[in-house]
Design a protein around this ligand. Structure first.
Ligand SMILES: Nc1ncnc2c1ncn2[C@@H]1O[C@H](COP(=O)(O)OP(=O)(O)O)[C@@H](O)[C@H]1O
Ligand SMILES: [Mg+2]
Length: 305
């Protein structure tokens, strides 16, 4: 068996198998460019299996929302590929992406994003209304019953509790029977009872309706509802945990926080060293980095004088 010269990237060149709902290949997302660029996704490779519930955790600013938005075609990728249903999403035009979001991919937001002037029922049916499509009444009824919204259908969002509004948003995301649903901190604005209801329903829709769900959460208990949990840090996946428990996720997050703190302290110490070095060494031929830190230090000294 020759391993040495075999093309190591061949696996990533394959289209997703039937079992995979969506796959990111070498996914990069930068905001801005040059010195001000933010590297929100750094070569992310991940696939999400059909009919599974995956949680994504990680510190604020680590790229979780960016990953969800890019995978859902709400935001463009800088490079890399997103394989969905045998097609590369990054090559689709706006019209194709609109159709995809309307029919195949559902999105649940932390802030519900319901339309305030419409009733719960009208909000749930909105994706179909926009598409000029008719509702599958049996599916609508199943969602409404399962989510406990029957008595609330004629209410406007401001007449509903946060938990009820989020359940309306979930019904809206599922009404088109999308093969994939992204939920970005869906319980972030909910109390613990409403959170448990929403999480219970998401889990049920995976187990009983064969839905695929990818959910961002800050809450290790919320992540424990999932079949798998991924930890993100600084635009990369740093842990991938099957059958997550709240305790295991809290430990992983704590370890990641400690690592980040150590890295920040080390980089601070390095900065001090470079600055001190630039002062001491100002006659020597300075490197570009030293020159700039020298200028910064000199400007600070001038300002202080
Ligand atoms: N539209 C944007 N323009 C510029 N920077 C952005 C934008 N959206 C996100 N970012 C930056 O990208 C990084 C990842 O953000 P995000 O994906 O929202 O993180 P998370 O959801 O994990 O909190 C952060 O540094 C954030 O400030
Ligand atoms: Mg976010």
């Amino acid at each position: 068996m020759t391993v040495g010269n075999s093309p190591v990237h061949s696996q990533s060149m394959q289209l997703p198998s039937r079992g995979i709902a969506i796959q990111a290949v070498d996914l990069v997302k930068d905001y801005g460019s040059g010195a001000n660029a933010v590297h929100a996704l750094r070569d992310v490779n991940v696939s999400f299996e059909r009919g599974r519930f995956t949680a994504i955790m990680g510190p604020s600013g680590s790229g979780k929302s960016t990953l969800m938005h890019t995978l859902a075609g709400l935001d463009s990728a800088t490079s890399g590929r997103i394989l969905f249903g045998g097609k590369d999403l990054t090559r689709m035009n706006d019209k194709q992406l609109t159709l995809l979001r309307r029919n195949k991919i559902g999105f649940i937001f932390q802030s519900f994003n319901l339309l305030p002037m419409f009733t719960a029922e009208q909000n749930i049916l909105m994706p179909l209304t926009l598409a000029g499509a008719k509702a599958d009444r049996a599916w609508f009824d199943l969602l409404v019953e399962t989510l406990g919204l029957r008595q609330r259908l004629n209410h406007r969002p401001n007449e509903l509790s946060g938990g009820q509004q989020q359940r309306v948003a979930i019904a809206r995301a599922l009404i088109t029977k999308p093969s994939l649903v992204f939920a970005d901190e869906p319980t972030g604005n909910l109390d613990s009872v409403s959170s448990a209801e929403v999480l219970g329903f998401l889990k049920q829709s995976v187990n009983e309706l064969d839905q695929t769900i990818v959910m961002v959460t800050h809450d290790a208990v919320a992540a424990s509802y999932a079949d798998r949990a991924i930890v993100f840090a600084d635009g990369r996946i740093v842990a991938d945990e099957p059958h997550p428990t709240a305790e295991a996720m809290n430990n992983l997050l704590m370890a990641e926080r400690e690592r980040a703190t150590r890295a920040a302290v080390a980089s601070d110490a390095h900065d001090h060293f470079v600055r001190a070095d630039a002062f001491a060494d100002s006659d020597a031929e300075p490197s570009a980095k030293r020159r700039s830190s020298h200028r910064r230090a000199a400007a600070t000294a001038r300002h202080a004088a």
